[in-house]
Design a protein around this ligand. Structure first.
Ligand code: AHM
Ligand code: MG
Length: 338
């Protein structure tokens, strides 16, 4: 039987390969693992403890916050505050950045942008949800500012997600490939289950909210019609799979091969998903696994962020599939018509 490698063993072993390897990133990833286990415990017993359902509050996006969103946000904020590695955080659930002023954190090197519980509309219906995180080295001196977060995705030091699904997994990259860990509930440890994950260059799954069909750019409509045509050579018609939790849709496509699309629509000219804590971390993972992430016009990781909660269109997944969507957009939706 193969020896089990736990998350902590893995990150200590790989520490020398981490960017700026000085131990802080190791500590930070370990803190994320602990917070993920605590959130996982609550997600799994949610129905039992009456924690399900919406709170009275709305978050900055005007969406009703689910109780578990608030709980997950609190767990990750506390984990980052109590470690000595994070100087400030930006969360989907907080309007502005939160700067840690205590003695151990204020001189820390890293900032973290995260979505504590993505896909929260699926909480009440037992469908997979996730946590997404993006780690940068701060660029300012003194008290952290938004500038520390408004860095291009290509400067991420590490990024990852936790999927609370039929099993719970932590998948992350430090810029040296992608590794996936599955939580073994019997020992309470994340164990290396998907070393050096690579995504297929081609796939036969497309994931999009097709309810927006009438509002989509012409190039995306044409792509969807193309996916449905029969062509044995490239396995068409493709299968449509859409969970409505980006983490779950992305994770399935990462493993099986596929493309996830959340484009601009007539009603949401910038799409729905947030650049800093949804698109950039997923784009970093996709590229590190051999896939691709594009806005339709440019590489996601090269976008210069201008706001913490900025939204961008995204086409992400298997390289050849993303390129096909880009071609169709270029052909049928020239930039002036987008
Ligand atoms: P959330 O962060 O409020 O949960 O919203 C993000 C989620 C993604 O997980 C998912 O891909 C998308 O919203 C689904 O949106 P839609 O319901 O418009 O298809
Ligand atoms: Mg989200």
């Amino acid at each position: 039987m193969n020896r089990v490698i736990t998350l902590n063993e893995f990150i200590i072993e790989k520490q020398k390969d981490f960017p700026y390897s000085s131990g802080e990133l190791t500590g930070l990833l370990s803190d994320i693992g602990v917070a993920a286990k605590i959130v996982n415990r609550e997600v799994n017993k949610a129905g039992l403890v009456n924690i399900l359902g919406a709170t009275e509050n709305s978050n900055i996006q005007g969406e009703t916050q689910q109780k578990l969103d608030v709980y997950a946000n609190h767990q990750f904020v506390s984990a980052f505050r109590s470690g000595a590695e994070v100087a400030a955080i930006a969360s989907e659930e907080e309007e502005d950045i939160c700067v840690y002023q205590n003695e151990i954190s204020r001189d820390a090197k890293y900032v973290v942008a995260f979505d504590p519980l993505d896909g929260s509309s699926n909480i009440d219906v037992n469908v997979s949800i996730g946590t997404i995180f993006s780690i940068y080295r701060r660029v300012t001196k003194g008290v952290c500012t938004r500038e520390d977060f408004l860095q291009k995705g290509m400067y991420q030091v590490a990024a990852g997600y936790v999927i609370y699904g039929s099993s719970t997994m932590l998948v992350f990259t430090t810029g040296n490939g992608v590794n996936g860990f599955t939580l073994d509930p019997s020992i309470g440890e994340f164990c290396l289950s998907h070393p050096n994950l690579k995504t297929p260059e081609n796939g036969s799954i497309y994931s999009i909210n097709e309810g927006h069909y009438n509002d989509l750019p012409e190039g995306i409509k044409q792509y969807l019609n193309w996916c449905k045509e029969s062509n044995k050579a490239d396995n068409r018609p493709y299968s449509a799979r859409y969970i409505g939790s980006m983490v779950a849709d992305f994770h399935r496509n990462l493993i099986k091969g596929g493309v996830f699309i959340y484009p601009q629509t007539a009603h949401s000219p910038n799409g729905k998903l947030r650049l800093l804590y949804e698109c950039n971390p997923m784009a970093f993972i996709a590229e590190q696994a051999g896939g691709k992430a594009s806005t339709g016009k440019q590489r996601v990781l090269e976008l210069q962020p201008t706001a913490l909660h900025q939204r961008v269109p995204i086409i992400i997944g298997s390289k050849n599939m993303v390129e096909k969507v880009e071609q169709m957009l270029e052909q049928f939706s020239p930039v002036s018509t987008l």
